[in-house]
Design a protein around this ligand. Structure first.
Ligand code: AKG
Length: 318
């Protein structure tokens, strides 16, 4: 896996997107003057540069959300035999083909965008694509989706440690609310502005954390300490159904504790990079090609089984 050449223009040794450049404000003014972005997009880009995330209310229309609900229900009922779930039991991770009984285990559905056009329409909403195009300056590639029913209680982390792209800082996450999110349901939480925390060096030559690194727990604790030292606000996301939050590759975020045990918090999470970048799994496992979508974006997915012709490929085929 390659990393972009280090540049003094960026905070990170691994480069980034134009809003990460030292002269991002001036670049934004130029884009406004040229008409490349409008006032609404410019305000969102300023939020992004300052806070490391942006919220777009009502990003996905109700009819499209209802179609996603139906796609999820159909998947649980067995409509996509190749679809997989991930769940944890006694500290052990399980990834298995979907079975109806998984639904009760708080399992997350993996990569539904691979099977379902209604899911693709939702992850490529006009609102999401407008913002991603402005950030990437080229079309996006959706390379992973996760469908949650409940709060994850995942410790606050930066995706760059776990979600690998050959240009590590050219990664964006999105969180689409599939229902109104209530207090105590394990809301997504994040430190506002934490995308600017000092960069961690795992000694791997990339931003990815080598599996089982002995400093993992220390790093998780440090994210809280460093955010608190800088007075960064720890905020919880309580969206309405259809609201979308997009976050920067290095925003420290996670799932808050579930204090109302039976509560659901249904959401669809997507990871995107620019279409000319490669997700880390391209080097390690069978995967689809970059498949064009009618929206102008592209998508791909890892294969958790032998590749099927014609558009699935083996590791390192690219
Ligand atoms: O939804 C959550 O609780 C956390 C999701 C998350 O952190 C991620 O997908 O990177």
């Amino acid at each position: 896996m390659s990393s972009p050449a280090p540049s003094t223009d960026f905070r990170s040794r691994h480069g980034g997107l134009w809003p990460d450049r030292a002269d991002a404000e001036a670049r934004l003014e130029e884009k406004l003057a040229r008409g490349d972005v409008d006032d609404v997009q410019a305000a969102r880009l300023r939020d992004w540069m300052r806070d490391g995330f942006v919220v777009i209310p009502g990003a996905v229309p109700e009819a499209h959300l209802a179609a996603v609900d139906a796609a999820i229900a159909a998947t649980w009922a067995g409509a996509h035999p190749r679809a997989h779930v991930e769940y944890w039991r006694d500290g052990v991770q399980h990834i298995e083909p979907v079975q109806p009984e998984h639904e009760a285990l708080m399992a997350k559905l993996l990569d539904l965008h691979a099977y379902d056009e209604d899911v693709r329409r939702a992850i490529f909403s006009d609102a999401a694509l407008g913002f991603l195009r402005a950030l990437f300056e080229r079309p996006p590639l959706a390379f992973q989706t996760l469908t949650f029913q409940r709060g994850t209680e995942q410790p606050i982390h930066q995706d760059t440690a776990y979600v690998i792209v050959d240009a590590p800082m050219e990664l964006v996450g999105s969180w689409l609310a599939l229902e109104d999110v209530a207090e105590g349901s394990g809301e997504l939480e994040y430190y506002v502005g934490s995308h600017r925390l000092p960069e961690v060096d795992w000694g791997s030559g990339t931003k990815g954390m080598p599996a089982g690194h002995p400093d993992h727990e220390r790093w998780l604790a440090w994210l809280h300490e460093a955010s608190a030292e800088r007075g960064l606000e720890r905020r919880r996301f309580r969206p309405k159904r259809g609201d979308l939050l997009l976050w920067h590759a290095d925003l420290a975020h996670g799932g808050s504790p579930v204090t109302v045990p039976a509560s659901t918090r249904r959401s669809l999470v997507t990871h995107y990079c620019p279409v000319d970048r490669a997700p880390g799994y391209f080097a390690h496992c069978a995967h689809s090609e970059r498949l064009p979508h009618a929206s102008g974006a592209s998508y791909c997915y890892p294969c958790r089984w032998a590749p099927e012709p014609p558009h699935e490929r083996g590791p390192g085929d690219d």
